[in-house]
Design a protein around this ligand. Structure first.
Ligand code: AMP
Length: 190
C-alpha cells in the first residue's frame, strides 16, 4: 500500500498516519518528524530546516526532496509507505512521481482530511500547550495556514484529476476518523 495523507495544519495527519500505517503494515514517513529529529540532533539538515520551520515556511523543495528520496530508498519502504506531510508543493509532486517511476511503483490513494477552519486553530493552540512546538504560536499558525492554502491545497485537484483522491471528514474523535479513513479506502479500492 502506497498512500499519501494530506490535510491542513492541525487536521490530525500525524495521529491518523500512525494508525493507518500500522493497519497496512507500512512505515509512516513524516517529513515534519524527520526535520524535527534533525533539529534536535543539531545536524546540518536540522540547522537549515529550523529557520524555515520556526517561521512557518516550507523547507526548500530540493532539501526536502533529497531527504524523502533517501528515506524511501530504505528497505522498510519497499513494500509500501504512508507519506505524512509530503508532497506539499507541485514541484514535490513531480519529484515524487519521478521517485515512483524509478522504483517501478505507483500510489494507491491520496487521503485528504477535511477540518473546519476554527476547529483547526483551537487544535493547534491546544497542541502548542501539550507539545511545546516552536511553530504552534498564533502568528506562525496563521502563516502555516496561508502557506498551506497557497502551496499545498492545489495538490488536492492534481490528485483528484488522477482519480487518486479520497476525501475524509477529519472532525470528531480520533478513532471515528480512523474508521472513516479505512471505510473510504476500501470503498475506493472496490
Ligand atoms: P509538519 O509536522 O508536517 O506540520 O511539518 C512541520 C514543518 O516542517 C513545516 O511547517 C515545514 O516547515 C516543514 N516541512 C514538513 N514537511 C515539509 C515538506 N514536504 N516541504 C517543505 N517543508 C516541510
Amino acid at each position: 500500500m502506497r498512500l499519501i495523507l494530506m490535510g491542513p495544519p492541525g487536521a490530525g495527519k500525524g495521529t491518523q498516519a500512525k494508525y493507518v500505517a500500522e493497519h497496512f503494515g507500512v512505515p509512516a514517513i513524516s517529513t515534519g518528524d524527520i526535520f524535527r529529529a534533525n533539529v534536535s540532533q543539531g545536524t546540518p539538515l536540522g540547522v537549515e530546516a529550523k529557520r524555515y520551520m520556526d517561521a512557518g515556511q516550507y523547507v526548500p523543495d530540493e532539501v526536502t526532496n533529497n531527504m524523502v528520496r533517501s528515506r524511501l530508498a530504505e528497505s522498510d519502504a519497499e513494500p509500501g509507505f504512508l507519506l505524512d506531510g509530503y508532497p506539499r508543493t507541485v514541484a514535490q509532486v513531480h519529484e515524487l512521481d519521478a521517485m515512483l517511476v524509478d522504483s517501478g511503483s505507483a500510489l494507491d490513494a491520496v487521503v485528504v482530511l477535511t477540518v473546519d477552519q476554527d476547529e483547526l486553530v483551537q487544535r493547534l493552540l491546544a497542541r502548542a500547550q501539550v507539545e511545546g512546538r516552536a511553530d504552534d504560536t498564533e502568528e506562525v499558525i496563521r502563516t502555516r495556514q496561508q502557506v498551506y492554502a497557497e502551496e499545498t491545497a492545489p495538490l488536492i485537484d492534481v490528485y483528484r484529476e488522477r482519480g487518486l483522491l479520497v476525501e475524509v471528514d477529519g472532525m470528531g474523535e480520533v478513532a471515528e476518523v480512523t474508521e472513516r479513513v479505512f471505510k473510504a479506502l476500501s470503498a475506493a479500492a472496490s
